[in-house]
Every structure is written in C-alpha cells, then in structure tokens.
Unconditional design. Structure first.
Length: 232
C-alpha cells in the first residue's frame, strides 16, 4: 500500500450534483397516528463541493440531510476550478491508498482551506495533515471494524466508531496551529484534528457508517453550523 495512488482508479470521472434519495427512513408509530416512513429533507441552504477520493454514498446522503446541496468533483479537480463553482464549503471524502502519495491533491487542498470551511473524513483527514505540512505513517495492522473507541480530548467523551484505514497521522509532525481533538483509545493514534484559526476540522473514522455506530453523526450538523456562523 505504501506509495500507492488508488484514488485515481476510484474517483468519479465527471462532476455531478447529488440528487439521489437522501431522506432518513423511519419506522412510523401507528399508535400515535404516524404513517410516514421517511422524514422530509430540510431545504438546501448551503452549497458544498465534495472531492471524491473514493466516497461512500451515505456521506452524500448525510450532507443533504444536514441542508447541503452537494456537487461532487473528481480528485484531480484544481483549487481554481472548485472556487469558480462558488461553494460555501469543501468536503474531503474517504478513499484508498497511501495519503503521502497524493501530492497533487495536497497542493490544491492547501490553497482551498484558506478560503473555504472544510470537513474531512478518513483519507480526507490524512490529506489535511499533509496540507498542513504534517506526515502520515503506515499502521502495522490498521483499524478495522465497528467497535473502535475514540476519546474527544476537548470534552472527555468516549464514542464507539466504525473504522477502516491502514495509515495514521503523525501528531509530532503537525504545526502548532493544528490541534489534535480525538485519539484512539486502543493505540493513542490521531482520530481527529482542527485548525486553530481556520474553519477546518476532520476525523479519521466514519460518522456516516451504515450499518454502524451512530455516535458521530453530529459532525455533519457541526459542519453546517460552521458554515452558517461564517455567513453570519
């Protein structure tokens, strides 16, 4: 895996707008008169560009559920092309391979995070580390499965998370303006970061995992709130 760029093999070939079914399914309670099996979507208040590094569709569904219009672009899209789309925010998806081998993406992200609120997941988290000037390393076994314990260092809260990655961020390589916000309680590796001055944050695990723990679903709402605050 080290040195491998698999992103170019899995990324979308063309830009597209996410329009597929995104409503939350719910089990109606007939005893109180509920009949609907879906929850209606909120209006799309913000436009976000998602760089497809090997995304999962449920990430796009959850972005739409949080009030985003989602435009998905190939991993080779330049910062200038993304900014020309006039998005309110940037979303960096999960994906396969070695994050250190994706220098052509590091460069574009480095420019974008100074201009757009940004949320990254999994590979997106690792690419942000490189954009900040940090490094990643290969884990001996990787983190796999739906029962990985993660601690939020800001609150002390522990959540159970779904994970599937073989690389991790080197915390000692990060600059002073980056705060490690989450750690894995099994091996103390980095599970989340935020920029201290820019509206940029990321997690290493999968808040959109389906099926999987729902503990971390709030990150999509947090992203929407971050953009809303910036607009205000």
């Amino acid at each position: 895996m080290e040195g491998s760029d698999f992103v170019k093999e899995v990324t979308t070939k063309e830009t597209y707008t996410w329009t597929e079914e995104s409503r939350k399914w719910t089990l109606p309670n007939a005893s109180i008169g509920e009949t609907e099996t879906y929850q209606e979507l909120p209006p799309a208040k913000h436009k976000v560009v998602a760089i497809d590094l090997g995304l999962k569709y449920n990430q796009l569904r959850m972005l739409r559920q949080a009030g985003f219009e989602v435009e998905v672009v190939p991993a080779t899209t330049t910062a200038a092309e993304i900014l020309a789309m006039k998005p309110d925010g940037l979303f960096l998806t999960n994906g396969p391979g070695d994050p250190a081998a994706l220098g052509y993406i590091h460069k574009e992200i480095r420019e974008l995070i100074t201009q757009l609120p940004t949320f990254g997941i999994c590979l997106g988290n690792q690419l942000l580390a490189h954009a900040y000037g940090g490094k990643t390393f290969k884990l001996k076994f990787g983190h796999r499965g739906g029962n990985q314990p993660v601690k939020d260092l800001r609150t002390g809260k522990i959540t159970i998370t779904s994970q599937n990655h073989g690389f991790a961020v080197d915390p000692d390589s990060l600059p002073n303006d980056i705060e490690v916000t989450h750690i894995n309680l099994n091996d103390n590796t980095v599970e989340g970061m935020r920029h201290k001055t820019l509206p940029v944050f990321s997690v290493q695990y999968h808040p959109e995992a389906a099926p999987g723990p729902n503990d971390a679903c709030y990150f999509f709402e947090e992203f929407a709130a971050l953009i809303e605050a910036g607009k205000s």
